[in-house]
Design a protein around this ligand. Structure first.
Ligand code: NAD
Ligand code: INS
Length: 337
């Protein structure tokens, strides 16, 4: 491997394009070697101004290239499984955007393939773990200075959804972050998921019931609830309030400048995840590049991707049946202990 990590980015859509700019301008120790997109014009546009980068339309060409020594996967989730297996065969570092895969069985195949390889090659794009406030809340839970953590209340609000965003994707694409955050804060697995469908907005596309209320339990009995509301129109908001025995902790509240002018007071609402988590994405990708240079990845693992996929599967069943659904996990391979 050359001293500079030569990264192929697969998928140059909203997230991939953002990561390409990040790798090119802000991340040290890495460069964009190739961009792959089935949309050739998009791949070409994404490499504009990046000297030495090539635009490709087939992920296999990047995997076969001797000029590529790492992969950043930012295609839609249902395409991750096949690319991941091929990249594991090449035994190169991989940053895979969430979800690892959209269901537990296919995620488990990835875990098994990596466990067979015997070293961690996959980091999953759960960037919130790299947000300063998320890390602080986890440290408060672990430190115990506020007593035991009892409950978590999560709000996950998006302004709108892209075309093709299904009812299941409220769970698989959005609540998947909350499943990971709850596992991260508590350092426990999630044991059950229930979804309640109440009054719905008329502003959601056909087929989506929005918002939804997701109720979650962890191994020690911490209760968490998530309001997932993906056509909230007003802006982007991802926040958590944690109830401890001796205190309440809130993270993720907009804290920009508070302005009074022209007879009004207030501030700006965060427009989207790029602004809300921009610094976390930078830290996430830099941590991945630094770890890749040392040989073994840390960060959210394929096991975390699998465990959250199992939560999503329970969540989608709960969405359909209205029942509380147990989360079933296979035994954790020693690679992840
Ligand atoms: N971590 C986060 O906060 C975050 C935010 C947004 C998206 N994501 C994840 O990133 C991934 C991409 O999401 P997005 O919003 O950028 O989607 P997008 O639809 O904007 O982009 C996907 C891109 O993949 C390309 N593509 C499709 N099939 C391909 C193939 N076979 N080979 C190569 N390219 C192909 C499309 O042409 C498109 O350019 C998803 O897994 C999504 O869940 C994560
Ligand atoms: O793909 C996006 C992304 O993962 C965002 O971080 C999340 O807030 C959105 O709900 C989801 O649709």
């Amino acid at each position: 491997m050359s001293p500079t990590l030569r990264v192929a980015v697969i998928g140059a859509g909203r997230m991939g394009a953002d990561h390409i700019q990040r790798l090119h301008h802000r991340i040290s120790g890495a460069e964009v070697a190739a961009v792959v997109d089935i949309d050739e014009a998009r791949a070409n546009a994404a490499i504009a101004g990046i000297e030495g980068a090539v635009a490709l339309t087939d992920a296999q060409a990047a995997l076969d290239s001797p000029d590529v020594d790492a992969l950043l996967i930012a295609t839609p989730g249902f395409l991750h499984h096949d690319i991941l297996l091929k990249a594991l065969e090449r035994d190169i570092p991989i940053l895979c955007e969430k979800p690892l895969t959209p269901d537990a069985a296919s995620s488990w195949e990835i875990v098994q393939a990596e466990a067979k390889l015997g070293r961690k090659r996959i980091q999953v794009g759960f960037m919130r773990r790299y947000d300063a406030e998320y890390a602080q809340l986890r440290a408060l839970v672990a430190g115990g200075e506020l007593g035991e953590l009892l409950m978590l209340h999560h709000q996950h609000r998006n302004p709108d959804t892209p075309a093709g965003f299904t009812n299941e994707m409220l769970i698989n694409d959005s609540v998947v972050h909350e499943f990971d955050a709850i596992r991260f804060f508590t350092n426990e697995e999630i044991t059950s998921v229930q979804v309640r469908l109440g009054k719905a907005t008329k502003n959601a596309p056909a087929g989506q019931h929005d918002p939804q209320h997701v109720l979650i339990e962890t191994e020690s009995g911490v209760l968490a609830d998530v309001e997932i509301y993906v056509n909230a129109l007003f802006g982007y908001e991802v926040a958590t309030q944690a109830s401890f025995e001796t205190g309440i902790v809130s993270i993720g509240n907009d804290s920009g400048p508070y302005v009074r002018t022209a007879g009004k007071w207030g501030g700006n609402v965060t427009p989207g995840f790029e602004e809300r988590f921009g610094a976390a994405y930078d830290t996430e990708i830099q941590a991945w590049v630094d770890a890749a240079a040392k040989g073994e990845l840390g960060g959210p693992s394929a096991w975390d991707g699998y465990a959250t996929a199992a939560c999503c599967e329970a969540g989608v069943e709960a969405q359909r049946t209205g029942q509380k659904v147990a989360v079933k996990l296979n035994a954790k391979p020693s690679l992840y202990s």
